[in-house]
Ligand binder design. Structure first.
Ligand code: E4P
Length: 218
């Protein structure tokens, strides 16, 4: 399972990358706004800055919702760097655009996926990744992990090449469960990734090892 970080914060991207476990980055317009990145030129430069840090796919999202606009934006984003994956919303023109990008050899991430039917359509259109949102489903009392399991099951049966990129991760259990279910990729904020490090028995065990070494060696 690949690990992507879900942020536009360069310091956090560097921190995750230095762990040696990072396979890519996802961003969205809300995450870019959170970092204060505004204006087309600054936004495009920020994507290039991210690509310079990480050797892996970087999802850059279009803000157009009509076919021509999505194509124009997507082609511009894809031309920035070979690792850019164009993130396209799960709407009718988005699906049309994903088919078009596929024919042009431009890789895509279909975002805002909340049902198996949407996932099937995006896979048929030739999306490289589809992003089902776990946390936002959990928030409205639907089981986000069940959706991931259903989609990975369908893709395996159908032999779709599209990768299931589990998004809207809120805690380390989401990550562990995605690994168990067979998600191809998770994208998570830094905190749940770092939380995977923690276990109280690791901390107490290490303290004991160090104390015993000190006792024996002075
Ligand atoms: C997916 O790529 C989105 O950027 C993201 O995972 C959404 O997460 P949120 O529901 O925590 O905003």
């Amino acid at each position: 399972m690949k690990f992507f970080i879900d942020t536009a914060n360069l310091a956090q991207i560097k921190e995750a990358n230095e762990l040696g476990i990072l396979d890519g980055v996802t961003t969205n317009p809300s995450l870019m706004a959170k970092e204060g990145i505004k204006g087309r030129d600054n936004i495009l430069k920020h994507y290039v800055d991210i690509c310079k840090i990480v050797k892996g796919d970087v999802s850059a999202e279009v803000i157009s919702t009509d076919f021509e606009g999505i194509i124009r934006e997507g082609e511009e984003l894809a031309s920035l760097h070979e690792n850019i994956v164009v993130k396209v919303p799960m709407i009718k023109d988005g699906i049309k655009a994903i088919s078009f990008f596929k024919s042009e050899g431009i890789r895509t991430n279909c975002t805002l996926v909340f049902s198996p039917g949407q996932a099937i359509l995006a896979a048929k259109a030739g999306a490289t990744y589809i992003s089902p949102f776990i946390g936002r489903l959990d928030d409205i009392a639907f089981n986000g992990l069940e959706l991931i399991a259903q989609i990975t099951g369908i893709f395996a049966v159908q032999g779709y090449e599209t990768q299931v990129l589990a998004a809207s991760i809120r805690n380390p259990i989401h990550i562990v469960k995605c690994a168990e279910i067979g998600a191809h990729v998770i994208t998570s904020p830094l905190e749940p990734i770092l939380a995977l490090l923690n276990h109280p028995l690791t901390d107490s065990g290490l303290q004991k090892f160090l104390a015993d070494h000190k006792k024996a060696n002075g």
